[in-house]
Design a protein around this ligand. Sequence first.
Ligand code: F6R
Length: 602
Amino acid sequence: MCGIVGYVGDDNCVRVLVDGLKRLDYRGYDSAGIAYFNNGKLNIIKEEGKLSNLINSVDLNTKSNIGIGHTRWATHGLANKDNAHPHKTGKFTIVHNGIIENYDEIKKDLIKKGYRFVSETDTEVISALLDYLYTKEKNILNVINKLNYFLKGSYALGIICDDDKETLYTLKKNSPLIIGVCDGKNFIASDVPAILNKTKKYVVLEDNDYAKITRNKVEIFNNGRKKDFVVKEFEYDDLSIDKHGYEHFMLKEINEQPEVFKKTTNPYLKDDLDGLLKKMPDFTKYKCIRIVACGSATHAGLIGKQMIEKYANTEVNVETASEFRYKKQFLKDDELVIVISQSGETADTLEALKIAKENGNDTLGIINEKGSTIAREAKMVLYTEAGKEIAVATTKAYSAQVAMLSLIALNLSLKKDLIDKTEIKEILQDVKKLPDYMQELLNDRELYKKIANDIKCYNDVFFIGREVDYALAQEGSLKLKEISYTHSEAYAAGELKHGTISLIEEGTPVVAIVTDDSVAPKTISNIKEVKSRGAYVICVTNKTDVDNDDFYDEIVKIPRVNDLFEPLLAVIPLQLISYELAKIKGCSIDKPKNLAKSVTVE
Ligand code: F6R
């Protein structure tokens, strides 16, 4: 991981590479580097830390027409200059995203053959292997193809070779890579935004594809054979990756949620249920559902479980993809597997999907990135319409996932005839009102700032709730941890007294979520238990009859809508409290340390 860009053409290559890396900067990284040919000589420049360190070390006016660049998120070896990409061995210089699982074995073998390594990375093993294979067979394309037989794991590679200074080579397996196409110049990149100011035309590489790219020609091969390929047009424009005056992408994306809700639900629910009944696949044939995802997408799945079980009376189990992969899955024949992913590239989620397919189960992807690997691999796809999400911490994509799962719950409920007409009417009205309600919550910044100030001196924060509110608590806690670096725990409210309540001291912040009427009295009892032990309670609730109660110190009131959509309101204060706290603490909000936007390693 994390970002690759490569260029061949008449423009100033160094500038194109640096610009491309800047545009991939949102994915998170800890070192960066570029390699380019200048007057026939290869130059490699790499620096630890921010891209600005690299930019200070390069001469942006250098004449070059071909090169590769990389931002690295360390996996094998420290985040230092030696381990930063590109890596060069003999005649081959490469950048790599992914992980080579058998690198140690290959490395030992290459050491016996006389190769010496200067980095601790798995990547340098690939450049050395290429060089070794090339000594046996002087055909660049053939030796690149041969990597597919030697390497285990995931790899998207940008390759240049001293023996062919006009050509960019690439190879990919289990890690995303696209080729950007334009007149008289071509690109490679791990994601289209890297080159979106140069071209909107791109080609998606399939696993084991390798390509030979010159300024005027793109040729793609697979297993020794030349392939036909389709050039696509990226649907977002360059403006969608602009902050539009917001201080951070995260704030912009939180504020986009009313619009995202409309875009995600409009095709299915507008004035009637027609779209919902006609455009969604029929899920009634499945006896049960397994949802598999990572991080916030799992939290969205937990909300989906509550909704589908409650409204459609269908059993749903939610699993973390990185665990699901390695256990006995006990998938039933009539079980639908839903994978949820913003990027559509998360390695563990993709592998979980493959397991479900191999087992013969039907699969549905709830995906944001159109045409991503998971979207292509899943049998059925429902796209969330969140648009491009840049901040590493997901907000609008998460709520679009929740909205989509609520639509699935409603669709199943209708088809199973489990919902009455009055409730349907109420839901249709709520769907219309929801964007305005969201906006009201978004406007309450002063309250979130006050809460953030009240809790800023505490190192530990608890989030509690029951049922759907517990699922929300988990998302609230994750947001707080990842962007404000404040330790927090999410607890099922009824579990506190089984141990954790011993950690509650005078002033300990506890964010309690109370939106689910069926369990609200029980949660309120749990809140009273922590309050009487000194907790500073922030209650996020849709209850209207608690104004004069004294079990909370601060109250965030959210409008009351049908349960199906209530989480979409409740999550907004949680996102914004985390945002304000991160801002007060001076954290890197859009790119929290150690995190990457697209987790393409297992
Ligand atoms: C948290 C966050 C991550 C992602 C997770 C899955 O804010 O963004 O937990 O939700 O890495 O990513 P996708 O949805 O791209 O599969």
